[in-house]
Ligand binder design. Sequence first.
Ligand code: FMN
Length: 189
Amino acid sequence: MDSRINILSGTDRPGSNAKKVAEYLKPLYQQKGTRAEVVSLEDFPMEEVAGGKYGQDLSGVKAFRERVLDADGLVMVIPEYNGSFPGILKVFIDYLPFPSAFQSLPIAFVGEAAGAFGALRAVEQMQLICAYRNALIYPERVFLQRIGNIFDPEKGIKDEMTSKLLASQIEGFSTFVRQHKSEGVSSGD
Ligand SMILES: Cc1cc2nc3c(=O)[nH]c(=O)nc-3n(C[C@H](O)[C@H](O)[C@H](O)COP(=O)(O)O)c2cc1C
């Protein structure tokens, strides 16, 4: 069964590694028969939420979240900022409809950081939030450690073990999303 994922670049930082990694992942998913689109938090309409617009009908926020959620699964590419994930990612989540948004949605995580732990802290903190929101968390996570050394947007992942882990995640998450879709469960059910 044909399935579709979105790959969310988890920061609005211009020229981010997260977006480069997300773009790198897209054809790898397509090679596994999974249609994939990249959505970047660069496009999140921050100006629309300035001043605190919780609970209001916000057309830009709604359009953005539909771009993220309109899929059978989601891959989050998360950089580490100050031992956590970027604040814009939490703002995005705080403007999702509660409780439905991540309900039964398969989500996989790729962390990337300058440091030696590859955004392990950031990913684990995000896993807690996604678990609270009843997402179906794919257990194989990938951490791109010392991103400046390990990743080249043209050549991909330079470290063999990390490359194998990423290939395994892509294969496994594609299957997970397809199986979940064939069971007839969709997010929001
Ligand atoms: C605001 C900020 C905070 C950061 N904090 C950390 C950190 O706590 N740990 C770490 O390993 N790297 C940290 N870094 C480095 C980033 O993880 C690294 O540059 C990463 O590739 C940035 O992701 P991006 O290019 O997707 O924005 C920080 C970078 C920024 C901009």
